[in-house]
Design a protein around this ligand. Structure first.
Ligand code: PEP
Ligand code: MG
Length: 890
């Protein structure tokens, strides 16, 4: 029979897919003999069965019963026992961590009867009734779908009646009253009493956790983090231990290293006399772990010992949740901890130095996205600024934006293109949309392990938490600081997630030291950034040693070419030439296209040729000694012609006012003749080159002359000529014949031998499917995956983002836009077939890719897997592609 339930003693950390991350790690800690409260895990398979079929799989109830019986046996307590009840927590735990996104129910097993037993056994009546109150609230909201405010309102009213702001001032009689009120809420909202059968509580809580896989915030988080929708969550049923049994109890979260910087040491927050969720929710400000040493040295020492063991065992930074119940330490969770990008690089390097991992493993542990984050700008250290408050450096970066005090405003302003800082007392999972939309997040409460901090770090958002000097008033939409500064909604503020500082107004930002270092300009003193600069350079070296793929850049100005070269580009994979014909030169091109006589055409060409020659000479010089793939002109014809509507109006107005303009009317007729309904599928690329051959000839001549000139000066220009939008080999053959003729002419005239490879873009499905023939006429292929995606899917690349992609992403038709990350099954298959067949026809065919996908990590891995020769991406992404190309080989 299929097994859906596993005891904590039955699994290991490698069972994440089945047991979820939390369950697998609880099992691992149990195996290591660490103090984990006993329990069992219901598998993700049970969840996906439930989600697919709308009911639990056969046998699940029985298995839960068996494991529950074993658990009761082991701890010597029974669920619902009137004398000494067992209580359990029911927690979600997916294979990929989704912190705070799904549901949890604590204290399951308390009833009107067993609460009395708990009070007697614990000797703490208030604690028992508080636990029952918490159960009814969590069960009410999570399982029964009652609004949290219904309960909170009663709680606040009770505090008011007691004339206090603090939960601690409520006593056992208050808690009893609240329990009665909460039960009334349950009855009036659902028409049924709060269930008194503990097993029924358990079953319903398990089902609610299954259901929470699909609540809105969880779905948004998955989309943001690109987590597949069909994984489902495991459910962990664990014996409750209590951190709220007095001052010798407490609960905390800890990291084995600083998750913000990677610095070695012990970092964490501790909250005495509190229950689990209180720390993560950031409701009360926490103590540091150092203070735990003062409060309870024995538990502190044991905790440190366990943390050291965990780090050695996992060979990585771990984060843990623990509870101390009356002086006894319990481990509630561990996992390989989330960390900032800087910490990821630093820790990987440290672990190599400590002999815990090798360089390949270190490379696996950092990502191109993390590198990209480190390349973000930082605040200019020399710029004046007005510091108004300081909190905790929760997630690094420099963010400037208008203060918004709720998620909806943040989203609305971001949609209008504004930079926003989301300001909250503390965030909860419902703030996720606002956090996604904002540049940065600022909270007055919570530590570095609060929801805001954890989520912001995961998303790479700048975040400052726990700014105690801030009084945030969400209803007045403003905050004030203790020294009297007032910031109202819409005011600009700047926050520094690397040191926790908050400034009034805009502080200018400067490039990161990592970017400077990658440019080969190592600052003498990178200050705080020194360790991360070292770590990045070290891992970039490893990546460069491991990678097989070359990385080139898409660059079409000398400045970009130089920048790309500094960032490690092995040449230019795509030099677009369109912009070279725009601006002032557009008029000349217009004259060329509309020329009636050879003489008119020649004049226009004579004007353009020296300009083009100079363009190419500069770029070739910037990339001297490295290949530069120059793509012949590609854009739709209409981009060079006067706007049809403007021109029509001009002609109509002239006629209506009795001053007909014959020249404009003639131009209009020509523009109308050339007008296309669908220019992206119209006269562009090679088609333009075949209809107006002078254009391509001009470009080829300019390339050839620039090359000859530079060679004569002792340089080593290595241009490659690339023909765009080829669908049939005949198109390429025709251009190639022209180009060869021109190259020979220039070689003869200049006396310089010119061997310039001629190749083609593969960016139409027909080209991909006839790659064998095309390869006969091409010395290289470069996949234009932007157009190939557009034409393979039949999606207009200029329109989709606004039109229907949001709906497609929402409905899970794809998890990420195929324009962003290569659609391996469809477009990728076209690339793979064409690359394979191209090589078959011509074994020395050089093959690259120059669409946007060249700088996307997942796509780089795909292109490595099909053994392309190089990827080409924007200059800024070159280091990212280098790193990922290395990672793809380890
Ligand atoms: C492509 O289509 O992928 C490409 C690189 O060309 P462009 O984006 O200029 O159309
Ligand atoms: Mg293209």
């Amino acid at each position: 029979m299929h097994q859906y339930v596993f005891d904590f003693s039955q699994g290991s950390k490698d069972d994440k897919d089945l047991l979820g991350g939390k369950g697998a790690n609880l099992a691992e800690m149990t195996r290591l003999g660490l103090p984990v409260p006993p329990g069992f895990t219901i598998t993700t398979e049970a969840c996906t069965y439930y989600l697919d079929n709308g009911c639990e799989p056969d046998g699940l109830a029985g298995e839960v019963g068996t494991h529950l019986a074993e658990l009761q046996e082991r701890v010597g307590k029974r669920l619902g026992d009137p004398e000494d009840p067992l209580l359990v927590s029911v927690r979600s735990g997916a294979a990929i961590s989704m912190p705070g996104m799904m549901e949890t129910v604590l204290n399951v097993g308390l009833t009107d009867i067993s609460v009395v037993g708990l009070a007697a056994r614990s000797g703490d009546e208030r604690f028992a009734w508080d636990s029952y109150r918490r159960l009814i609230q969590m069960f009410g909201t999570t399982v029964l779908g009652i609004r949290n405010e219904s309960f909170d309102d009663r709680f606040e009213a009770r505090k008011k009646a007691r004339k206090t702001d603090s939960d601690v001032d409520l006593d056992a009689s208050d808690m009893k009253l609240l329990v009665e009120e909460y039960k009334d809420i349950v009855f009036s909202e659902t028409g049924r009493p709060f269930p008194q059968d503990p097993r029924q509580q358990l079953d319903l809580a398990i089902r609610a956790v299954f259901d929470s896989w699909n609540i809105e915030r969880a779905r948004i988080y998955r989309r943001q983090e690109r987590i597949p929708d069909d994984l489902g969550t495991a459910v962990n049923v664990c014996t409750m231990v209590f951190g709220n049994l007095g001052s010798d109890s407490g609960t905390g979260v800890a990291f084995t290293r600083d998750p913000a910087t990677g610095a070695q040491g012990i970092y964490g927050d501790y909250l005495p006399n509190a229950q689990g969720e209180d720390v993560v929710a950031g409701i009360r400000n926490t103590l540091s772990l150092a203070e735990l040493e003062r409060i309870d040295k024995t538990s502190y020492d044991e905790l440190l010992d366990i943390m050291a063991r965990l780090e050695r065992h996992y060979r990585d930074l771990c984060d843990i949740e623990f509870t101390i119940e009356r002086g006894k330490l319990w481990m509630l969770q561990t996992r390989v901890g989330k960390r900032t990008a800087a910490a990821a690089f630093c820790i990987a390097g440290q672990l190599v130095d400590e002999g815990l991992i090798d360089e390949d493993e270190a490379l696996r542990r950092v990502t191109g996205e993390q590198l990209a984050q480190l390349m973000f700008p930082q605040f200019d250290p020399d710029a004046p600024r007005e510091l108004i408050a300081t909190g905790m450096a929760a997630s690094p970066g420099a963010a400037v934006g208008k203060a918004a005090f709720d998620s909806a405003t943040a989203v609305a302003w971001a949609d209008e293109g504004e930079d926003v800082i989301l300001v909250r007392r503390e965030t909860n999972p419902d703030d996720l949309r606002g956090m996604v939309a904002a540049r940065g997040v600022l909270t007055s409460r919570g530590g570095r392990t609060s929801h805001a901090a954890v989520v912001a770090r995961g998303m790479g958002r700048t975040c400052v938490t726990g700014v105690e000097a801030l009084r945030v008033d969400p209803s007045a939409r403003e905050f004030t600081t203790t020294d009297g500064t007032r910031v109202v909604e819409g005011d600009t503020i700047s926050i520094d997630g690397s040191n926790g500082e908050v400034y009034l107004g805009e502080v200018p930002v400067v490039p990161s030291a990592v970017v400077d270092a990658l440019h080969g300009q190592r600052p003498d003193d990178a200050g705080d950034q020194e360790p991360v600069v070292d770590a990045v350079l070290r891992l970039m070296n490893v990546a460069d040693e491991r990678r097989r793929l070359d990385v080139r850049a898409n660059a079409d100005t000398p400045g970009d070419a130089r920048r790309a070269r500094q960032l490690g580009a092995a040449g230019i994979g795509l030099c677009r030439t369109e912009h070279m014909f725009l601006g002032e030169r557009r008029k000349i091109v217009e004259r060329l296209i509309l020329a009636r006589t050879d003489a008119q055409r020649e004049t226009a060409l004579d004007e353009l040729r020296p300009l083009q020659r100079a363009d190419f000479a500069e770029i070739l010089q910037a990339m001297d000694g490295l290949p530069v793939t120059i793509r012949l002109l590609d854009p739709p014809l209409h981009e060079f012609l006067p706007d049809l509507t403007d021109l029509s109006v001009r002609v109509a107005v002239a006629e209506a006012t009795g001053n007909p303009d014959a020249e404009a009317a003639e131009l209009l007729a020509e523009v109308q003749r050339l007008h296309e309904q669908n220019p992206m599928l119209g006269m562009r690329g090679v088609r333009l080159g075949l209809v107006i051959p002078e254009l391509f000839a001009l470009q080829v001549r300019a390339i050839a002359e620039a090359t000859a000139e530079l060679r004569a000066q002792g340089h080593h220009p290595l241009p490659e000529i690339m023909v765009p939008l080829v669908a049939a080999v005949q198109e390429l053959e025709s251009v190639r014949e022209m180009a060869r003729g021109t190259l020979e002419d220039v070689a003869r005239a200049s006396g310089v031998e010119l061997t310039i490879p001629i190749g083609t873009m593969i960016e139409l499905p027909r080209a991909a499917m006839t790659a064998k023939q095309i390869a006969e006429a091409a010395e290289f292929f470069s996949f234009g995956t932007n157009d190939l995606t557009q034409t393979a899917w039949g999606f207009s690349r200029d329109d989709v983002e606004a039109a229907f992609f949001p709906a497609y992403l929402e409905q899970g038709i794809f998890g990420v836009s195929p324009f962003e990350s290569i659609d391996a099954e469809g477009v990728g298959r076209l690339v793979s077939i064409a690359a394979w067949e191209g090589k078959e026809a011509r074994s020395d065919l050089k093959i690259g890719i120059c669409g946007e996908h060249g700088g996307d990590p997942a796509s780089v891995h795909f292109f490595e897997s099909i053994l392309l020769d190089y990827v080409s991406c924007s200059p800024f992404r070159v280091p990212v592609a280098r790193l990922e190309a290395g990672r793809a080989r380890v």
